[in-house]
Design a protein around this ligand. Structure first.
Ligand code: OGA
Ligand code: MN
Length: 345
């Protein structure tokens, strides 16, 4: 489902695929100077920020969008033709965004949680700190014939290991971090949860947050029990291809999906890839809920924006302006993080 995966010829022709292509990042090859992103027409992208503003100011709302209020008074929106879908603009405060960005980089990729790097390098501890300290991951072979293993070492140590030694810098690995899994471990190759894999419980604070956010989409009188989360990390040009999240047992329970960092375009399709999707902006702090019928809808992220004008992360940049937060600031200025939390059983 990631951007690098092949798509079959048939799926090239669906309405969903067409929308992905429309919004995806392309570079203008006609310009000789610096690579310039091709302009895209964003006029059809729903902007819940401005919808919220116009609703607050003049109670005006575009057709098909239903304004509601949570028990705590926070406004959110539903869509008439996508029951079970909720959009909570600014569902996370700036302090919460700050906290969960840091956790996503420091704690979430820690073993036993797995990341996309596991399959090739095995578990890697403290990747973010290692990148900051310019460490390098090197392949070690053992004279006693033990299988080779990867280990983080200081930059200076690499040269002493000789030319044949395979190595990759921690900062490159951090840039290539695409996902980590919390709680019950999602097995991408099988597209299912592997309950036999060692795992930690979802952190209590994240659990509490997810329960609070899930409330507007929960069946009456039931409790949301977060059991797994997938954290996606996006850099410029990264995409999340159209997909369904169908490996959880109870579809009446929502997926709680939080956006952090650079703005993105989210596509919400229908039951078939042939249904033309709705495009909407996802900004840092926005929360999307998908429950019930909306769980059967194809969705994906064809684009993130990292340029100052479009990323819309000014408030976050201020929050990360302290010297000690510099490495987080640097990361998030060109990245988006999505945490989506699920009840599996
Ligand atoms: C997912 C997903 C959406 C997003 O990980 O299943 O749909 O906003 N993520 O990144
Ligand atoms: Mn999904």
């Amino acid at each position: 489902m990631y951007g690098s995966e092949k798509v079959s010829e048939d799926s090239e022709r669906t309405a969903f695929r067409k929308a992905e292509k429309k919004y995806k990042l392309y570079y203008d090859s006609t310009l000789k100077k610096k690579k310039q992103p091709k302009q895209v027409d964003l006029s059809e992208v729903l902007d819940f920020n401005s919808i919220l503003e116009s609703w607050k100011n003049s109670a005006l709302i575009p057709p098909g969008i239903v304004p509601l209020q949570s028990d705590s008074g926070h406004p959110f929106f539903c869509l008439e033709n996508r029951p079970g879908f909720c959009f909570i603009p600014g569902g996370l405060s700036i302090e919460e965004q700050y906290l969960w960005i840091k956790e996503s980089l420091i704690s979430f990729p820690q073993p036993p949680n797995r990341t996309n790097h596991n399959a090739f390098y095995g578990p890697i501890h403290d990747l973010f700190v290692a990148a900051k300290e310019k460490k390098v991951l090197v392949e070690e072979s053992f004279s006693n014939g033990d299988p080779k293993a990867w280990k983080l070492v200081e930059e200076q140590e690499v040269s002493s290991r000789g030319k044949g030694c395979k190595s990759i810098s921690a900062s490159v690995l951090l840039r290539k971090l695409r996902w980590s899994t919390l709680g019950l471990q999602f097995e991408w190759s099988k597209r299912n949860y592997d309950v036999s894999l060692p795992h930690n419980k979802i952190p209590d604070a994240l659990c509490g947050l997810a329960k609070r956010l899930a409330a507007p989409a929960m069946p009456k009188g039931e409790d949301f029990k977060p059991e797994a989360a997938i954290v996606n990390y996006f850099g410029l040009g990264d995409t999340l291809g159209g997909h369904l999240d169908d490996m959880e047992k109870d579809w009446s329970k929502p997926i709680v999906s939080m956006s952090l960092g650079c703005k993105a375009i989210f596509l919400l399709g229908g039951k078939s890839r042939e249904d033309p999707p709705l495009a909407m902006f996802l900004r840092s702090g926005d929360v999307v809920l998908m429950a019930g019928k909306a769980r059967e809808c194809y969705h994906g992220v064809p684009r993130i924006f990292t340029d100052t004008e479009n990323a819309e992360i000014l408030a976050l940049e201020l929050q990360f302006s302290k010297e000690e937060d510099h490495s987080f600031l640097e990361y998030i200025q060109t990245s988006r993080i999505n945490i989506n939390i699920r009840q599996v059983f």
